[in-house]
Design a protein around this ligand. Structure first.
Ligand SMILES: [Zn+2]
Length: 381
């Protein structure tokens, strides 16, 4: 899931944003109420009124989803896990966290709070439906509360299925992790459960598609497909995390980078430095010896050959303040969180005030391929 989306609110310091696909799901939900529940239970309702009721119901359901996700986000933050925000999209909501789980118990707690909130909401909607019937409230109001109770209950059941990465699956992994003290095997097991469930959902979707309800079937197939790729992604991510455990920046970096004067022309840079070196990026220094930028091959290639004589290295360098800085003894996993596209996937490694190495995407890729290098040796150990 990429970050971003359109910001819609900020609650208790948590940024809530929405994908455009939320409009689609909101419209489908409103349509379900306006074209299904309302005419079914209150026949003769004018279509415009049915749609108003449908839209209100859809908005209240989205608010229920936000409450569920806020539970995850706020509890995670209280447990010291970095939370980026809440994202609403095609399949509901996601609390995005960049911080890592500190323990299985924490994961269990943070996973359980969402369904707990949905349970409370379902209970509240069931109780209000009953109360509204007792006081003979307008039937359209009752339709909305009953629908919200039903959908929240369905979401509760779905979320509790022990299939990674659903909440139930997260609770399962947290539980297995706590019991076996092995996060890796716990993740693999929870991810298998997730993939099994995904196959079941796709199977049901196919049956639905041919025999019952084509749109519902297509929807189930989509959900199953999403669950399968998410479960696979979690397992792969865990294997990568495991592989990188204990690896520090100094193991991975390309040592002794070639530092070039920032005032030389690109032409000179290519002739004197790029040819004959295996490096794909070159730090630049100013006249006073300060490191002021980083030239990458991508930057060099963007300069047409006929302009190389009158453009200088510093003109095409990424400014030094946009390149993340690391220490040699820093865990590589920490650095990877900071490396972004602004620096073309690169970081500069300092020992005290001296530049001693560069991390480039190929250094990181080598780690995963188990190729030559000290870092790879440590991965295998
Ligand atoms: Zn949840």
């Amino acid at each position: 899931m990429n970050r971003g989306g359109v910001p819609i609110a900020r609650i208790a310091g948590i940024r809530i944003s929405a994908d455009w696909s939320v409009l689609l799901i909101g419209a489908l939900l409103a349509w379900g109420v306006a074209g299904g529940a309302v005419p079914g239970q209150v026949p003769g309702t004018p279509i415009w009124l049915a749609w108003i009721v449908g839209i209100i119901a859809a908005l209240l359901l989205i608010a229920s989803l936000i409450a569920h996700e806020l539970g995850h986000a706020l509890l995670a933050r209280r447990q010291g896990i970095a939370v980026d925000g809440i994202r609403l999209w095609l399949f509901g909501g996601i609390a995005q966290m960049s911080g890592d789980w500190v323990s299985g118990k924490t994961e269990m707690l943070v996973a359980a709070i969402g369904p707990a909130i949905t349970l409370v909401l379902s209970g509240a909607f069931v109780a209000s439906s009953w109360l509204l019937v007792q006081i003979s409230a307008p039937p359209l109001v009752i339709v909305v509360t009953e629908w919200l109770a039903a959908v929240n209950l369905a979401l509760l059941v779905f979320n509790l299925i022990p299939a990674f990465p659903l909440d139930g699956g997260r609770m399962l992994r947290g539980f297995l992790w706590t019991r076996t003290k092995n996060r890796m095997t716990a993740t693999i097991a929870a991810s298998r459960a997730g993939r099994f469930f995904a196959v079941v959902v796709v199977g049901l979707g196919v049956l639905d598609l041919f025999f019952l309800d084509p749109i519902g079937g297509l929807w189930l197939i989509l959900i199953g497909w999403f669950l399968d790729s998410a479960a696979r992604g979690e397992a792969t991510g865990e294997q990568a995390r495991h592989a990188l455990e204990g690896v520090v920046v100094g193991d991975v970096m390309s040592k002794n980078p070639v530092i070039v004067p920032s005032w030389i022309t690109v032409e000179l840079l290519v002739e004197q430095y790029v040819m004959g070196h295996q490096f794909t990026s070159f730090p630049t220094h100013s006249i006073d010896g300060r490191i002021d930028g980083l030239v990458t091959m991508r930057g060099i290639k963007q300069v047409p050959p006929q302009q190389r004589g009158n453009r200088r290295a510093i003109d095409i360098a990424i400014p030094a303040d946009r390149v993340p800085v690391a220490r040699q003894d820093e865990p590589i996993t920490e650095l990877l969180k900071r490396i972004g596209t602004a620096s073309d996937g690169r970081a500069m490694v300092y020992d005290g005030g001296t530049l001693v190495g560069i991390i480039s995407p190929s250094d990181v890729a080598r780690l995963f391929q188990g190729g030559p290098g000290k870092g790879a040796a440590r991965v295998a150990a």
